[in-house]
Design a protein around this ligand. Structure first.
Ligand SMILES: C[S@@+](CC[C@H](N)C(=O)[O-])C[C@H]1O[C@@H](n2cnc3c(N)ncnc32)[C@H](O)[C@@H]1O
Length: 213
């Protein structure tokens, strides 16, 4: 399956819309990620970049907090749904959506917040290059937040895509201590629904770092 599809095709299929921007139904909850809400709630809003924004729940939440958001995803179906979510919530003016493959190109400029929430893909290992580009897109005084699964799921223990621990993310980011303060680098449990509908506990990780002003 994954061998035959491009990353874009894989995600358009996964979102169930066959590339037309509005598929059968949402695959995520519509709620923002808990780690984003927990880590970012206290920050003064500025510009934000959401990498792999999916159906846009995080971008909408950020916009509601006062952030001016650029939200990127490889899937046109996801972007279509995210745009609709923004319209429905009155946040469309505060969010610029971009359909873009981050393995091929990265948004220009710097942002007060760069957030990557579960930017994983079974169709294509998300490269370490994307993590470093995320780091380089943080403005002085800004925050980098990387949330992800710290290993494969119990239903696919041999998944070979890049699912690093917090320590591995920190090593990959290669943060210059003169320029960066690592504020969090830790694993934590999170409940997730497995494909068969059962709820399993997974080990996720959070890396949060602040670029010195
Ligand atoms: C596991 S989902 C997470 C979505 C969202 N951040 C969330 O937490 O609900 C991974 C997302 O990354 C996107 N993605 C995967 N590879 C990508 C790439 N190379 N460039 C941009 N987006 C990508 C997928 O389309 C998908 O929406």
């Amino acid at each position: 399956m994954a061998e035959e599809l491009t990353n874009e095709e894989f995600w358009d299929e996964r979102y169930g819309g066959h590339g037309h921007g509005h598929g059968h139904g949402h695959i995520w909850s519509g709620n923002p990620n808990a780690a984003l809400v927990e880590e970012i709630s206290g920050l003064t809003p500025g510009t934000a970049l959401d990498l792999g924004c999916g159906e846009g729940a995080d971008a909408v939440w950020l916009a509601r907090q006062g952030w001016k958001v650029t939200a990127v995803d490889v899937s046109g179906v996801a972007i279509g749904r995210a745009e609709q979510h923004a319209v429905d919530t009155g946040t469309a003016d505060a969010i610029e959506f971009q359909r873009r493959d981050l393995s091929e190109s990265f948004p220009e400029g710097v942002f007060d917040l760069v957030t990557s929430q579960f930017l994983h893909s079974p169709a294509e290992p998300i490269s370490e290059r994307i993590l470093r580009a995320a780091r380089d897109a943080v403005a002085p005084g800004g925050t980098l937040l990387v949330e992800g699964h710290a290993g494969p799921p119990p239903w696919a223990p041999d998944a070979h895509n890049f699912l690093p621990t917090a320590a591995e993310v920190v090593v990959t980011l290669d943060l210059d201590p003169a320029e960066w303060e690592v504020q969090r680098a830790a694993e934590h449990d999170r409940q997730q629904s497995a494909p068969d509908g059962t709820v399993v506990t997974r080990l996720d990780c959070t890396v949060k770092a602040r670029r010195k002003a």
